[in-house]
Structures are given as structure tokens and as C-alpha cells.
Design a protein around this ligand. Structure first.
Ligand code: XLS
Ligand code: CA
Ligand code: CA
Length: 440
């Protein structure tokens, strides 16, 4: 088998003083940071769709990067893509990958043909995994590309489309289980609406829950032990998507009794689109007990769409890894680079440079987050700020001991005394973060 990237050697860790663009400055896979090798703390994954498939085509022009992998026949290309993908992951020391079914093997127009064409690709992936030790982080079904899904899949107005979509999910879960995947994602690309004039929102939401319940029960029945995730996104492609953000999904899951069955896959760029910070979405997932996995990328604050850029913002990566560490680290989840090179960064070498940039950003973010936690000033400030909840009336409210009358009496006694309100010290805390980050 010939190499697909012969000009690129295995990328080594050379440290922060290296000026070699094809080296890691901060990601040292086997270095132990906060008790675990970096590769286990970060659990980097390659997104099959962007890296192996997307060729730079946009609304205004054709592709700029050759992603044919030397084959014109779709079945042969699917296999070549596996070889190219595994070579890419090996050269970058990436241990995991993620896919949509249609990234592995294209659409042939019928469920039967699609499943038949997918099977040998999955077999080949299993072989490659065995030979290399690479693992599947998560799989998913592409329920938003084909015209049959124009009005949605699990939320389609037509029951036949619902059935077709669920059958496709069944095959994708089978493939995930066969490959020992530790996750299965639902991203509701077309699960939303364009206008309420033609939409029965109540039925669509209930059907989405039914759809998820069928899929989860099926997965468990065939031995899937990993996590199911919903990936929130507020819009694009539909004007209004039901899985708007982490809080909306948390409410949906509870309303339908699914909160024990599904976690969240939080994407940075989707947080931006929902007008939240990445950290807000991660914190919302964590406090709701739904933290699962992450799609690592970044958007552009000046653009209103999903740019899926490689993450290079150290501040965001630091606060992300701070949330991950506070959640106890990844279990079944990881950091999937749902990121694509810019259309003008069109060479295969750019694919490597982009991954190096993203991986180094998160490696530095991990190192900085560990320092922030070790430094302790942030944690201490927050603990002090909420100290009134640990004794007296605060503790009695939390334990449920205080009645409404007790609280009213307590407040009345304090009526003339000015409550001890302390400063939030936002600016000081922001400069502590800068201090820790830039004295590393
Ligand atoms: C699109 C989503 C998609 C999911 C997987 O915006 O990010 O790629 O991650 O279906
Ligand atoms: Ca994503
Ligand atoms: Ca995205």
C-alpha cells in the first residue's frame, strides 16, 4: 500500500522553542499531566467528514483540495479513504476518529444498497483498528443530506420518513457497536422548522423523543455500552432547531424521561451561534449531569454561520479544559476536531498544520487549566463568595430545615442591618487568569 502523504513524516513533540511548523510545541502525547498521559486527558479524534471528505466546496465555488484519494469508483474510494485516514491519524498520534455513515460510504439511493456498501468499509475499519490500536470515539447517521430528509428525520411530518431514518440509524448503531465505538451522536440537522404555519411542533417534539427511545433501546439490546449524545445547535441548516442549546436539550430530556439515557456533545462553534460562550455550554452540561463529549473547533464572532475553524484561541481552550477537569475528565467522550481547513489552505500539508495548531491549542489549554486549578485563587474566591450557604440560614435553606416563616423572621430581624454584599471582583479574576496563563 503506497503512502498518501509521503512528504509528511510522523509529527514529533519538539517543545515550545521549536520553529519547525511540522512539530508539536505543546502536545506531548505520553507526558503525564494531572495524573494521566496527555493523549488520555485530551482524547483527540479526527472527524471523517471534514478531514477525509470536504474538499473546500462552498456556496460560491467548487472544491480546492483533492480528496479523491486516487480513486474515482465510490466503493474503491471509500476503502482508500480508510487507508489515508489511518495514515493521517498515525502521523499525528491521534487515537480516535468519528464519522457519519455517509462519510464512510456514500448515498446509493436505497437503504439496502447503502447498508450493503457500508458493510465492507466497516469490516476494513475493524481490521485497521485491530492492526493500529486506533478507536472509534463515536458514530452517527447523516440524516440531513438526502432530499427525503428535507422536512426533518425524527421530526418529519411523514411517518415513512421517520421509519426510513430510524432504519438508517439502526445500521449506523450496528456499525458503531461492531467497531467498539464508545459513543453515538444525534445532531438534529433538520430537526426543526422554517415556519410554524405548516408545523405541528408538539407532535414533532414528542416524535423526536420516540425516535431517540427506539434508538437507545435498540443500542442497549445489542450490547452498546457507550454513551448516546445529543449535539445542540440553534440554527443552520434549519432556521430554528429543536436542540437549540445545552439548556434547551436538558429541558427536553427531562420532559421526556430521557435524562438518564443521553448526554451532550458540546460544539464550540454551536455555542457561538447560540450566543453563548463555549464555557457556558460546557458548564450547563456539567451542572445538569449531562457532560459527555466535545466537538473542538471555533467560530468567528464577526460571522453568523458555522465556520468550523480549527481552534487556536488559547483562552477558550483553557476554560474548556478547566470545565473538563472539573467534570472529572473524559470517560467515553473526547475532543473531536469538527474543524476544516479554510478553502484557501488547500494542500494536504495544510491538513497536518491545521491539526497541529488545534492539538497544540488544546494541549496548552490543558496545561493552563491545570495551573489555574493548582493556583487555587479562582476556586477559593468562588468558595468564599458562597460561604453564607454553608452555615446559619443558608445551610438551613439548603437542607430544607428552614420554613417560610423562619426565613421571613430571620430577614425581619436583619431588617435594619445592611446585608454584607461583597464585590464580584470580575476584573481581578480576569487578571489572575492572565497572570497564570502568561507566566507558564
Ligand atoms: C454540524 C454538526 C455535525 C455533527 C455531526 O453542524 O456539527 O457535523 O457534529 O452530525
Ligand atoms: Ca459538530
Ligand atoms: Ca459545526
Amino acid at each position: 500500500m503506497s503512502e498518501f502523504f509521503p512528504e509528511i513524516k510522523k509529527i514529533a513533540y519538539e517543545g515550545k522553542d521549536s520553529t519547525n511548523p511540522l512539530s508539536f510545541k505543546y502536545y506531548n502525547p505520553d507526558e503525564v499531566v494531572a495524573g494521566k498521559p496527555m493523549r488520555e486527558q485530551l482524547k483527540f479524534a479526527m472527524a471523517w467528514w471534514h478531514n477525509m471528505c470536504a474538499d473546500g466546496t462552498d456556496m460560491f465555488g467548487c472544491g480546492t483540495t483533492d480528496k479523491s484519494w486516487g480513486e474515482t469508483d465510490p466503493a474503491k474510494r471509500a476503502i482508500a479513504k480508510v487507508d489515508a485516514g489511518f495514515e493521517f491519524m498515525d502521523k499525528l498520534s491521534i487515537d480516535y476518529y468519528c464519522w457519519h455513515d455517509r462519510d464512510l460510504s456514500p448515498e446509493y439511493g436505497s437503504l439496502k444498497k447503502n447498508a450493503e456498501a457500508l458493510a465492507p468499509v466497516v469490516d476494513y475499519l475493524a481490521e485497521k483498528q485491530k492492526a493500529t490500536g486506533k478507536k472509534l470515539l463515536w458514530g452517527t447517521a447523516k440524516l440531513f443530506d438526502h432530499p427525503r430528509f428535507m422536512h426533518g428525520a425524527g421530526t418529519a411530518p411523514n411517518a415513512d420518513v421517520f421509519a426510513f431514518a430510524l432504519a438508517q440509524v439502526k445500521t449506523a448503531i450496528d456499525a458503531t457497536v461492531k467497531l467498539g465505538g464508545t459513543g453515538y451522536v444525534f445532531w438534529g440537522g433538520r430537526e426543526g422548522y422554517e415556519t410554524l404555519l405548516n408545523t405541528d411542533m408538539g407532535l414533532e417534539l414528542d416524535n423526536m423523543a420516540r425516535f431517540l427511545r427506539y434508538a437507545i433501546d435498540y443500542g442497549r439490546s445489542i450490547g452498546f455500552k457507550g454513551d448516546f449524545y445529543i449535539e445542540p445547535k440553534p440554527k443552520e441548516p434549519t432556521k430554528h432547531q429543536y436542540d437549540f442549546d445545552a439548556a434547551t436539550v436538558a429541558g427536553f430530556l427531562r420532559a421526556h424521561g430521557l435524562e438518564k439515557d443521553i448526554k451532550l456533545n458540546i460544539e464550540a462553534n454551536h455555542a457561538t451561534l447560540a450566543q453563548h460562550t463555549f464555557q457556558h455550554e460546557l458548564r450547563t452540561a456539567r451542572v445538569n449531569g449531562l457532560f459527555g463529549s466535545i466537538d473542538a473547533n471555533q467560530g468567528d464572532s464577526l460571522l453568523g454561520w458555522d465556520t468550523d475553524q480549527f481552534p487556536t484561541n488559547i483562552y477558550d481552550a483553557t476554560m474548556c479544559m478547566y470545565e473538563v477537569l472539573k467534570a472529572g475528565g473524559f470517560t467515553n467522550g473526547g475532543l473531536n476536531f469538527d474543524s476544516k481547513t479554510r478553502r484557501g489552505s488547500f494542500t494536504h500539508e495544510d491538513m497536518f498544520l491545521a491539526y497541529i495548531a488545534g492539538m497544540d491549542t488544546f494541549a496548552l489549554g490543558l496545561r493552563a487549566a491545570v495551573k489555574l486549578i493548582e493556583d487555587g485563587r479562582l476556586d477559593k474566591f468562588v468558595a468564599d463568595r458562597y460561604a453564607s450557604w454553608t452555615t446559619g440560614i443558608g445551610a438551613d435553606i439548603i437542607s430544607g430545615k428552614a420554613t417560610m416563616d423562619d426565613i421571613a423572621k430571620y430577614a425581619a430581624e436583619k431588617d435594619e442591618v445592611l446585608p454584607v454584599v461583597t464585590s464580584g471582583r470580575q476584573e481581578m479574576l480576569e487578571s489572575i487568569v492572565n497572570n497564570v496563563l502568561f507566566s507558564m
